[in-house]
Design a protein around this ligand. Structure first.
Ligand code: AGP
Length: 581
């Protein structure tokens, strides 16, 4: 994971880099740091914890025209100042920030007998590898990159030159230009809109940045021309700028996200009929993703199966990647990802592509690494999602995949979906109900069909931000083991939105209540059964109920988290973009 941001310009770059790092903090917040050229030497300032700690630590007199910065999600080495980036090489001739993993760092380290390492990181080994190469600075970086295995996006400063050097392999890196300032970062969201244009670095490309230009090189050191990308094409929106808690803000934005998605796919007809026509020819669809995006993929598979009668399946990317898969020519492989930078998901797309399979990407970030592998792209329009727990991106994915299923099936859903998005609102979670259920320490989420997927997602949210050990399981599976755990201290959150499965779910509720378990029932159906707690859902098209129900389960997790005094935006041990395996 980790975020890198570096800037070179005519004035002091401290605030520019700090601002960029704050925009990248979603990528990790174990520690952060900066390095800059100071009277011919390299100075470091690093701090454990969030960027605000670093900000307080930087001497206000620091004035640097060349500056590299980093926000860390620890991979190699515990969370401490010594392991924080930037890392200096042994002879202090260069400093470097890195996002990725150098897989052969142990071997390389064992060959550097003369170096006294100051940290346990793979990055420090890479910095020393560069220092040991000969030639000009760009040549040193290129040679070291040929020896290093794994993934990296790096920004390097050398003490003898007022420039920033960049290299990229498998981790994202962008460069933005405006007169008097050139900046590089892991994500374009770190660039303020004052920049004129930006470039996307491809694997094994290198950049040398100076105050007024960005030069690019291939792995042979040959100069290359790169396409300038326009910021106008990248759409972000921010509707509740004053809300301090990003997760709450992002949940509140969900109705707007849905309206926008509807507008893009129906009014603007973003994807042409010819594309749907092409995709209809395929017999099957296999969804691949991680975490919350995998849950959207499960729903996508259900939707396509039901509406378009396609044969559908789904895999978690980290399993698919090392499974014994056969890539079929008559199958479309659908990769769902908010960031488009998730390492396992990208690796699977790469694998499918190399074996001649068709790649369809459902992503929220237009110029993401995943999109660069796509044969087809279905964009989602969640806008920038900052909180680690995905909320509005999930809702956008589910709505997009439902729209997609309708289009593939040739069913006209436009009126029903319009009605839904126009009336859609988030009803606040009832505080008095929350006070009743807050006492439960053992919580299960159950449902059938699409409600099982909602249960998986509801449980993931609660684990992720409130650190409550809970699971989501199919209601019909309870009696095959998990029911043994149900007692008077158990809360079972039952989602029931499928009319055809009403009686089946009522039987499951009876089984839970007979063992003393308490029920929180989320349903729009007229259930004739006693339960302890109830949330009445709005009547909507059955296939829209996963969106309606997740509104409540996201808020439930948020309430638990806030009640425990935790930070919902930055849960422990996690990061927003999982760019390492
Ligand atoms: C969601 O709340 C999680 N933080 C996580 O499961 C996330 O959905 C997963 O890491 C996939 O990320 P992506 O959508 O950016 O690929």
């Amino acid at each position: 994971m980790c975020g890198i941001c570096a800037s070179i310009g005519s004035g002091n770059q401290v605030q520019n880099v700090l601002r960029g790092l704050k925009d990248l903090e979603y990528r990790g917040y174990d520690s952060s740091g900066i390095a800059y050229l100071d009277k011919g030497e390299i100075s470091l300032c690093r701090s454990v914890g969030q960027i605000c700690n670093l900000e307080k630590k930087i001497d206000e007199k620091v004035c640097a025209k060349v500056l590299i910065g980093h926000t860390r999600w620890a991979t190699h080495g515990r969370v401490c100042e010594e392991n924080s980036h930037p890392h200096l090489s042994f002879k202090k001739t260069l400093a470097m920030v890195h996002n990725g993993i150098i897989e052969n760092f142990e071997t390389l380290k064992s060959e550097m007998k003369d170096v006294e390492f100051r940290s346990q990181t793979d990055t420090e080994v890479f910095a020393n590898l560069i220092e040991r190469q000969s030639g000009k600075n760009v040549e040193k970086l290129i040679s070291a990159s040929k020896i290093a295995k794994g993934s990296f996006a790096v920004a390097v400063i050398f003490k003898d030159e007022e420039k920033i050097y960049c290299a990229k392999r498998k981790s994202p890196l962008y460069v933005a230009y405006r007169k008097g300032q050139v900046m590089t970062a892991s994500d374009i969201s770190a660039f303020e809109n004052k920049f004129e244009y930006f470039y996307i670095l491809e694997d094994d490309e290198f950049a040398v940045l100076s105050e007024d230009e960005a030069l690019f090189f291939d792995c042979n050191g040959e100069k290359i021309e790169k396409e300038k990308k326009n910021f106008e094409k990248v759409e972000f929106f921010d509707v509740f700028p004053d809300e301090k808690c990003f997760m709450r803000k992002e949940i509140a934005e969900e109705p707007i996200v849905l309206k926008r998605t509807f507008f893009k796919y129906f009014s603007e007809k973003l994807i042409s009929e010819a594309v749907f026509q092409e995709l209809r020819k395929y017999k099957s669809f296999h969804f691949i993703a991680c975490g919350t995006a995998y849950h959207s993929g499960l729903l996508g598979a259900e939707f396509l199966q039901f509406f378009a009668k396609k044969s559908c399946s789904a895999s978690v990317a980290s399993e698919f990647r090392y499974g014994f898969q056969t890539i079929k020519k008559d199958c479309v492989y659908v990769f769902v990802s908010q960031s488009g930078e998730t390492a396992d998901t990208i690796a699977c797309a790469d694998l499918v592509k190399k074996k001649g399979g068709k790649v369809l990407c459902v992503t929220n970030v237009p110029y993401s690494s995943l999109n660069s592998l796509a044969d087809f792209i279905l964009p989602t329009f969640a806008g920038k999602e900052v909180a680690v727990a995905s909320t509005k991106a999930y809702v956008a994915q589910v709505f997009t995949l439902l729209t997609f299923a309708g289009k593939i099936a040739g069913i006209d859903m436009e009126d029903e979906l319009r009605k839904f998005v126009l009336n859609c609102k988030i009803t606040q979670f009832d505080r008095s109900l929350f006070k009743e259920i807050y006492k439960f320490k053992k919580i299960f989420f159950v449902g059938r069909g699409q409600d099982y997927v909602t249960s998986l997602e509801g449980a993931l949210k609660l684990k992720e931000i409130a650190y409550i050990n809970c699971i989501g399981i199919p209601a019909g599976e309870l009696k095959h083991g998990t029911l043994a755990l149900v007692d008077e201290e158990t809360l079972v959150v039952v989602t029931s939105t499928r009319g055809d499965l009403k009686e089946k779910i009522e039987n499951n509720i009876q089984e839970i209540r007979a063992r003393g378990g308490k029920i929180l029932l989320l349903s729009q159906l007229d259930h004739n059964i006693d339960v302890e707690y109830k949330i009445k859902l709005e009547e909507n098209l059955e296939w829209l109920m996963p969106i309606e129900s997740i509104f409540y389960l996201q808020q439930l997790a948020l309430e638990f988290c806030l009640e425990k005094g935790l930070d919902p935006d930055k849960p422990r041990n996690l990061a927003k973009s999982v760019t390492v395996e």
